[in-house]
Ligand binder design. Sequence first.
Ligand SMILES: NC(=O)c1ccc[n+]([C@@H]2O[C@H](COP(=O)([O-])OP(=O)(O)OC[C@H]3O[C@@H](n4cnc5c(N)ncnc54)[C@H](O)[C@@H]3O)[C@@H](O)[C@H]2O)c1
Length: 463
Amino acid sequence: MRVCVIGTGYVGLVTGACLAHIGHDVVCIDNNEEKVKLMKSGQSPIFEPGLSEIMQSAIQSGKIEFSSDLAAGVAHGEILFIAVGTPPLPTGESDTRYVEAVARGIGTNLNGGYKVIVNKSTVPIGSGDWVRMIVLDGIAERQKALVPAGGVPSDDKLPEIAAHFDVVSNPEFLREGSAVYDTFNPDRIVLGGNSSRAIAMMQELYAPIVERKFAADQSLPPVPILATDLSSAEMIKYAANAFLATKISFINEVANICDRVGADVTQVAKGIGLDSRIGNKFLQAGIGWGGSCFPKDVSALIHTADDYGYEAQLLKSAVSVNERQRLIALEKLQQVLKILKGKTVGLLGLTFKPDTDDLRDAPALNLIEQLNRLGAKVKAYDPIISQTGMRHGLSGVLVETDAERLADGCDALVLVTEWQQFSQLEYAKMAKLMNNPVIIDGRNFLDPETMVRAGFQYVGVGR
Ligand SMILES: NC(=O)c1ccc[n+]([C@@H]2O[C@H](COP(=O)([O-])OP(=O)(O)OC[C@H]3O[C@@H](n4cnc5c(N)ncnc54)[C@H](O)[C@@H]3O)[C@@H](O)[C@H]2O)c1
């Protein structure tokens, strides 16, 4: 099928490359010319395991093209994905101006022939109908531009074009760090909309994925497709993220109580996680949730509830537990080092999770800011950020090129991100390079006994 993906960030580029990989003809549009240039040369502007490989093979087989020409993308696609960012506004609402710009641009460029316009961006509940309205506005603007003063429209096809598209909500559940894997191995595909024609086209688009043709385990039953109305599909995305964020806040609260009563939260999590009603995922206590999705999506849901006169008390509590938790490492550093002024703290990891280069709303950023405020010097080593030299959003921190340089002269280390390679560092050597071999394990990732044997004073979260 002919697909156009507008917005080539973590979601759009992965979606475009994966759809090209399974055989569709994809055009990816972005208004960032530099990104487009990079992608045309076969390079991915983001780090995501496996992405460069499938991008390059799709370029070679002619299945994917990159461009900044929205009109050409709209002309190409039978299915048009909107995958631009919806960052948070200071009020907590989603900033939907990028979605609006794209929807209007689609409207002004629709050229006849039936199109499915897909909201892949996470958008506030009600956005499906709103996008439809903006597309119609775009069509009307074009129609107006074509009418000579006082005359009649010169393009009589426009009313027909207006009747020839449908909007579908297809929320994305991929995780940064395993986005390609998740696209080929989804737990479910949600399709919201009221047009059976549009839903049937989306089912055809995803058929190879549903049938597990590109899955790690092809013997599994087909991927469930859940067809819903527009608003329910939009709500499923928010509810899923709100649930996961709340689950993490829950275990973090339990960890803080464990710290006080002398229990070990890792054993508690195992004990409750074996209950099939609870499950063992998202029960790792640590320094709180962050990233580009959970904080903004939970805030947006709280805000939507507010708009309808409902106070989302549980969600508000999940947020406030998290705000406190994001500074738990600071609390622990103060307990061990007492005065932080004049001390050097080394951060192992900067990104909000491993296997990504995404620093948006990473807990490390709060920690750096607060350590600087208290007069500490901050250094960091992150396997991707140190290598790529990407420093967007980073200040007040010296980025080192390896873990030993990081340890050199530090009064304490904080493990911020559970990169797999951090389990194999030469900790005994690192301890000797430090002023004071303390490690705050902000993800309960390291083995306390091994760290003590390596010469460290080990402090975990709730253990
Ligand atoms: N990142 C994730 O893990 C994730 C997971 C699920 C859902 N989502 C949702 O998907 C959406 C996209 O997220 P992302 O992380 O991929 O964002 P991103 O910021 O990484 O990428 C957005 C891209 O859109 C481009 N863009 C902006 N305006 C444009 C325009 N008018 N025309 C063409 N391109 C334009 C930007 O240049 C950028 O490349 C958001 O709504 C987000 O909430 C993200």
